[in-house]
Write a protein that binds this ligand. Sequence first.
Ligand SMILES: [Cu+2]
Length: 262
Amino acid sequence: MRSRRAVRSAGALGLLALTATACSGEASRLGMPEPISDQAERMLTLWQGSWIAAFAVGVLVWGLIIWAVLFHRKRTEDLPPQVRYNLPIEILYTAVPFVIIGVLFFFTARDQDYVETLSDDPAVTVEVTGYQWSWQFDYKDSPAKNARTIATVTGIPVDPNHPVPGGKPVLTVPAGEKVRIKLVANDVIHSFWVPALLYKKDLMPGLDNEFEFTANKTGTYEGRCAELCGVDHSRMLFQLRVVTPEQYRTYITNAQNAGGAQ
Ligand SMILES: [Cu+2]
C-alpha cells in the first residue's frame, strides 16, 4: 500500500516538474532559440509538442517499469505462472506505436507544409549567394527569374575569433512582411542558417532552393554557414537585421542611391 502511494506521488512530482518547465520561458523552448518569425513559432510548437508526446510515453514506460519492480519482485523460489502470449496486449502494443507515429507524422507534415509555403507576391525578394567564404545579398524587384537587382551587399570572410564591428555582411529585411530568400551557390554546397529562424536550407550548385519567412521581431540576429564547405567555412558569418518597413524602404533607397551596392 505504501509503495503504491510512493508511485503515485512520484508520478505527480514528474507531472509537476513537466508543467513547471512548460511555463517558464526559456526552459519551455527545450533548447531552441527564441523564434523571430511566424514560421519559427510554428516550428517551436511542433518541437514542444513532440517533447510532450515523448514525455508522455516516457512516463508511461517508467511507470510500468516501476510497477513491475515494486509489485512483481521475486518472492519465492517458485516459478511464476508461465504464459505464452496475451492477444489483446500484443495487439495493443503493436497498434499504439503506429498511432503515435501517425499523430507525429500528421503534425510534422502539416507544419512542414506551412513553413515551406511560397506566396505569389512576397514583399521582398533577396537572392542569397554563398561562396567560399562569405555571402552576397542581391535585393530583387520581384521573385521572378529575370528580376532586376536593386541593391547588393557583398561580404568578406570574417575572423570568427576576432570579429570586427561591421565586419559581417548584413541581410536587412522588414518585419511583418513576407520575405523570399532564393539560395544560390556556384562553387560548393553551403547552408543558410539563422538559428533565430529555427530553419536552415542548403545552397546547392545547379539547384534553386528558396523559402519564405515573415519576421515578427525587430533586432539583429546571427547567421552562419551550416555546411562544412572548406577550410574557411567558419568564417562565413553574417547577420540578419529585422527593421520596420519604413526603415527598410529608407535602407533600400539609400543603397540604390549609393549605386545599388554597399
Ligand atoms: Cu559555406
